[in-house]
Design a protein around this ligand. Structure first.
Ligand SMILES: [Zn+2]
Length: 187
């Protein structure tokens, strides 16, 4: 593993905005798709079937004709021996896939859906162009499905393919307001 990265991963240094360490900031979450209004209250998952109209739950969102499910976008970290940076984000999928996913989730069998086209429903980092075309890969045992960026020249596709360098990760965190100086400047 890259020595500087190894020091950052074990460093007790805290973010100036939230007090989290670098290791703790390797997963970030979006609580709703960007299109979902902030005033829509997050409900229990059962509300998606029990209610009509616009609904936001922990893992599902219905807005007009649009359907979203919670998903993971993972960026491998370069020279890290397998560490990942993960976003808990949202995927916009077709209405038929949405119904199938909900049915199969109860049976813990979403993996049988294989891979489906989807749109990344959060701009990552914020204020970048969206939505971004993806493939959504289903995973076993009720794990959130994995988003793979399909647009080969998109910056996130490059990070997914090549792995994110430490400086790129720090830049990404800074775009979310997390301010962790690189330890390189200590020595
Ligand atoms: Zn922070």
């Amino acid at each position: 593993m890259d020595a500087h990265l190894a020091r950052m991963l074990t460093s007790a240094r805290q973010c100036r905005c939230c007090g989290a360490t670098f290791a703790q900031l390797l997963s970030l979450g979006c609580d709703r798709p960007d299109l979902c209004p902030e005033d829509l209250v997050v409900q229990d998952n059962s509300a998606i079937l029990a209610q009509s109209g616009d609904v936001l739950t922990d893992d599902f969102c219905r807005l007009g004709d649009l359907r979203f499910i919670r998903a993971i976008l993972a960026l491998p970290i370069a020279n890290s021996g397998g560490e990942e940076f993960t976003f808990g984000t949202w995927a916009n999928i077709g209405a038929d896939d949405f119904e199938t996913y909900i049915d199969l989730l109860d049976l813990q069998d979403t993996e049988s859906m294989g891979s489906r086209p989807a749109w990344l429903a959060n701009a990552i980092p914020p204020d970048t162009a969206s939505p971004v075309a993806c493939m959504l890969h289903m995973r076993p045992e009720g794990q959130y499905p994995d988003l793979q960026i399909s647009e080969p020249n998109h910056p996130l596709a490059t990070l997914q393919t090549a792995g994110a360098q430490l400086e790129e990760l720090l830049e990404l965190l800074f775009a979310y307001g997390h301010d962790l100086a690189s330890l390189v400047y200590d020595s």
